[in-house]
Design a binder for this molecule. Structure first.
Ligand SMILES: Cc1ncc(C[n+]2csc(CCOP(=O)(O)OP(=O)(O)O)c2C)c(N)n1
Ligand SMILES: [Mg+2]
Length: 337
């Protein structure tokens, strides 16, 4: 867990540097080597690390728009994920998806920029496992801002009524962009949503990786044994803005300070020291993570940019109507119709 967490944190620190290149002074979001939005998960690593430790390669994980810590904990190919974020041809989705649309079938991982969108596919993966008599499980990560979404609530219902091997993991960072949790739901503990679907609901109050590990062990074990879904909520802290460039003018200073003060990585490091690990051992893990990340970023930046013509491949309509005023020069992908 420590390795996953320090890898994710350093990865995002490096992405931040790369992301800011060329975007100043007016913050041109389309400039630089990583164009578009970038949502960082620094402060949320404990949820991903504690849950994904219990997962196998044939288990499925879906994540939302803040996906890096989950992808790393699930074992997504770091090189190809980074190439995707940099929009390169060898990226997981040929550079067309970007950081919110990472898809790695080998690692059983997908994420989406649409809130709660990962829940139905996770239920689908759970249903497939059940029908095939396999003991793989599916885990859907989502933010607390998504717990009133229809896609989430309908997914809870279907998973419960069919007793599917699914674990829903809500990362409660108290904010949905600039919207504080208490303004959108009267339920302070999102795991209470489970009660309406007659499934177990558990909340881990602190972003404590070992507590998440223990809670997830039971939830994943229940799913794998064929005893149905669980809703797990984990309190985490958003150390950064909603996205890079967010001035956070809506956020009280005390809230930022509280998030900075509670570092789940330091907390786990303390736990490990109390279990007898030496500082040098922890530093060696950090060093290895830094090397791995630096290599992945170096590799990704050396990768070719996609051929512009590839924009017309892997799309439903080719070329999309209204995009060009000239005669289309590409064949329709789907044949005559
Ligand atoms: C269906 C849908 N509605 C709105 C948005 C715009 N949006 C992007 S992130 C976000 C807030 C999400 O908050 P939360 O689920 O708590 O996740 P967090 O950003 O805190 O990790 C919203 C409303 C979206 N992407 N999808
Ligand atoms: Mg949130």
């Amino acid at each position: 867990m420590f390795e996953d967490m320090v890898t994710a944190r350093y990865y995002e620190e490096r992405l931040q540097e790369e992301y800011l290149e060329g975007k100043q002074p007016a913050f041109d979001i389309s400039a630089g080597p990583i164009p578009g939005e970038l949502h960082l998960a620094a402060g949320q690593e404990a949820a991903a690390a504690g849950v994904c430790r219990h997962l196998r390669d044939d288990d499925t994980v879906t994540a939302p728009h803040r996906p890096h810590h989950v992808a790393i904990a699930k074992g997504v190919d770091l090189e190809r994920m980074t190439a995707e974020i940099f929009g390169r041809e060898t990226g997981l989705s040929s550079g067309k998806g970007g950081h919110m649309h990472l898809f790695d079938p080998d690692a059983g991982f997908a994420c989406s920029g649409i809130i709660a969108q990962g829940c139905p596919p996770a239920v689908g993966a759970g249903l497939a496992a059940k029908k095939r008599n396999e003991d793989s499980v599916a885990v859907a990560f989502l933010g607390e801002g998504a717990i009133s979404q229809g896609a989430f609530l309908e997914s809870l219902n279907l998973a419960a009524v069919q007793q599917l091997p699914v674990v829903f993991v809500v990362e409660d960072n108290d904010w949905a962009i600039s919207m504080p949790k208490e303004r959108v739901t009267d339920v302070a503990d999102g795991s209470q949503r489970a009660g309406g679907f007659d499934m177990p609901g558990v909340r881990v109050d602190y972003d404590d990786a070992t507590a998440v590990y223990d809670a997830a062990k039971e939830a994943v074990g229940r799913a794998r044994a064929g005893n149905g879904p669980t809703l797990l909520e984990v309190q985490v802290h958003r150390r950064m803005g909603h996205f890079m460039g967010d001035p956070e003018s809506y956020r009280p200073d005390e809230d930022v300070e509280a998030a900075q003060a509670r570092d789940s990585i330091e907390r786990l490091a303390d736990d490990l020291r109390s279990e007898g690990l030496e500082d040098e051992e922890l530093e060696a893990i950090r060093e290895e993570a830094r090397e791995r990340v630096d290599e992945a970023i170096k590799w990704a930046k050396e990768q070719p940019e996609p051929d512009p013509d590839a924009a017309y491949e892997d799309v439903f309509v080719n070329p999309p109507s209204g995009v060009t005023t000239e005669e289309p020069t590409h064949e329709l992908a789907g044949g005559d119709d």
